[in-house]
Design a protein around this ligand. Structure first.
Ligand SMILES: Cc1ncc(COP(=O)(O)O)c(C=O)c1O
Length: 621
């Protein structure tokens, strides 16, 4: 126990007149630093180690107490005894304090001929004890300065003690889970077509102080002050987004604030449609995304796009697996959607944007592309560009684009003419960018996630480089190599191949349930996802899997590596087959055959030995 200043009482609990959470936290955090409270309802500064030592040295050992002395007290409580002549350097102290000029008060106290100075700290009236001649802001004799700065030191320590701890120290439980996930990512073969591995710079921006700032609104027009740097950041991100897709800023605008692509899509509908207006997108079992509208076969509206708007899907041709453009046109002319959507989640082929444009013009629809999956390919000019034909283009930023999780909206600016029909007026329709920006904020979102915007800007800078183009070219080569390797082994792929980064493996030909195959792969440390194949009767038990190459290409895999991956996939299919034969296809029976399955353990070892050869972007193991 450290000794207290004479005449002071033992502080048993946080002083009641400073019971704000701020002080309570200080009080809790600095323990076991000594508290020297003048009375049970007041406190005095005794803070830095030096000051504490001085306090200890200059005071007899009486009324020893643990605790904190902050050096100022509430004017609601009696004035504290002034501390001894602590030596403090001259600097402007206590940024948290607002000085109130009228409040200098002489203390009528024989022992202590000092001045009290009133302050407001975080809205709480406080009083700082000072020696008589010394000005706290321009001290004439530094040796007479009070413990103001030492009080600041206590607070610095207190803030650092909760604010600057590593995750491992602050929250070992979360740290441990995150470590396990890190190992999982490193040791496995990642084939989920919508996933990728971001670089360290992107991670750094994500885990940065930028998360602290509120900046609702657009650059230059924010709700809150202090956004000069955030404005610069968002403008740079927008500039890079347009550059990455080679877009003219006179013709295209961009909003980088959507938290996800689902939000981005809904912002487009919110901005351009009225409730109940109609949209048309690729059916989910055909490879479309829920955010383009989806009803279950029993008629349940699944996504907000279907809850608030009327949606009618178009489909792929069940024989070929390609979008059936003739049927789409027929349906669109009957349904007259106000927005026609192209783009999907599991479509391995090129989109015929020119044909979409024709159809949209015929029925007077806005043409929107959700290029979430292929945006990296579009940026690298490794597939047709939706920008040549579409009015609005949305995307995720975390798939082939290899940025942080988020959404983005590009919109055509200005006036354009429509020969056929019009969405927003007769004849010439004006496409109002304000409507989209307004839909993002304030209609649907609050403050943008500035750490994500910074991370996106970093990713977009990379997207514009020759290295990124080479990466995307390799993504496609790898997808093609994998497709060929599987087809050589008589596996059936939807559309018999791929034009992009993903392939759809129709497992029905092998008699396998997509779910069972996905489970076996997961146990062998290969991650891919079950996926509906056109003609599937149940969305719960789809007959195929979707396999993508962006993530493993980011780890440096080439075509020969994907030949090995094809071997692993075939082996996993054999294991699934034999477990199904022995235990049945039903999930509850099937899983019984997976426990301690020697084939699975053996394949898992091979998969991990393979995967751990490759480097991991973002972190080293
Ligand atoms: C085509 C498409 N649009 C939208 C989304 C949704 O993206 P997010 O998860 O960012 O909402 C996806 C995600 O898989 C997608 O594939």
């Amino acid at each position: 126990m450290l000794p207290a200043i004479p005449g002071q009482q033992v502080a048993q609990s946080p002083p009641i007149d400073i019971a704000s959470s701020f002080f309570y936290i200080l009080w809790k955090q600095v323990l076991p630093l000594p508290i020297a409270a003048h009375r049970s309802d007041s406190v005095t500064v005794a803070s830095s180690d030096a000051v504490v030592a001085a306090t200890v040295a200059s005071t007899p050992t009486r009324n020893a107490q643990p605790g904190l002395s902050l050096g100022f007290s509430s004017h609601l409580s009696p004035a504290p005894i002034s501390p001894p002549n602590w030596s403090v350097s001259a600097s402007v102290p206590l940024q948290l304090l607002e000085k109130t000029d009228e409040s200098k008060v002489r203390v009528e106290n024989e022992d202590d001929q000092g001045e009290d100075e009133k302050f407001s700290l975080l809205g709480h009236p406080m009083c700082l004890k000072r020696p008589r001649e010394a000005s706290p802001f321009f001290p004439t004799n530094p040796s007479k300065c009070t413990a103001v700065e030492s009080g600041l030191e206590v607070r610095r320590k207190a803030v650092r003690s909760w604010g600057n701890e590593t995750l491992q120290v602050a929250d070992p439980e979360i740290h441990e889970i995150m470590e396990k996930e890190r190992q999982r990512q490193f040791k496995g073969i990642e084939l989920i077509a919508s996933e990728n591995f971001v670089c360290k710079a992107v991670m750094e921006a994500l885990g940065s102080h930028l998360t602290n700032k509120y900046s609702e609104g657009m650059p230059g027009a924010r709700l809150y002050a202090g956004n000069q740097h955030i404005d610069q950041l968002e403008l740079l991100c927008c500039e890079r987004a347009l550059a990455a897709f080679d877009l003219d800023s006179e013709k295209w605008g961009v909003n980088v604030q959507p938290y996800s692509c689902t939000s981005a899509n809904f912002a487009v509908y919110t901005g351009l449609l009225l409730t109940g207006d109609r949209i048309m997108g690729l059916d989910s079992p055909s490879g479309g995304h829920l955010s383009h509208g989806y009803y279950t076969p029993s008629g349940k509206k699944v996504s907000a796009a279907s809850i608030f708007f009327g949606s009618l899907p178009y489909k792929v041709n069940p024989q070929t697996g390609y979008v059936d453009y003739d049927k789409l046109e027929e349906k669109a002319l009957d349904f007259r959607p106000k927005i026609l959507i192209c783009g999907g989640s599991s479509y391995p082929r090129e989109w015929d944007y020119a044909r979409f444009r024709q159809i949209a013009d015929k029925c007077g629809a806005i043409l929107m592309c959700d290029m979430a999956h292929i945006s990296g390919l579009v940026a690298a000019k490794e597939c047709a560009s939706p920008f040549d034909f579409c009015d609005v283009v949305t995307s995720t930023t975390h798939k082939s684009l290899r940025g942080p999780r988020g959404g983005i909206i590009f919109y055509r600016k200005g006036t354009r003419s429509r020969k056929q029909g019009s969405l927003l007026g007769e004849g010439n329709s004006h496409f109002d960018e304000e409507k989209i920006n307004f839909a993002v904020f304030p209609a649907l979102q609050g403050g943008p996630h500035n750490n994500h915007i910074a991370a996106l800007a970093i990713a977009l800078k990379q997207v514009a480089t020759p290295e990124y183009k080479a990466y995307i070219q390799q993504v496609r080569k790898n997808a093609n190599a994998l497709a060929c390797a599987l087809m050589r082994r008589k596996c059936k792929l939807v559309t018999d191949g791929t034009d992009n980064h993903l392939l759809l493996w129709d497992l029905t030909a092998l008699g396998l349930a997509g779910k069972n195959y996905e489970k076996v792969c997961e146990m062998c440390h290969i991650t891919l996802n079950k996926c509906a194949i056109f003609g599937d009767t149940s969305a719960i038990s789809p007959g195929g899997v979707r396999i993508g190459t962006p993530a493993m290409t980011s780890r440096g895999c080439l075509e020969a590596d994907f030949e090995r991956i094809a071997d692993f996939l075939i082996r996993a299919a054999q294991i699934t087959c034999s477990v199904q034969k022995e235990h049945g296809k039903m999930a509850k029976d099937f899983v019984k055959g997976l426990q301690n399955n020697r084939d699975i353990i053996e394949l898992r070892n091979r998969v991990e030995a393979f995967a751990t050869q490759f480097a991991m972007p973002g972190f080293d193991i």
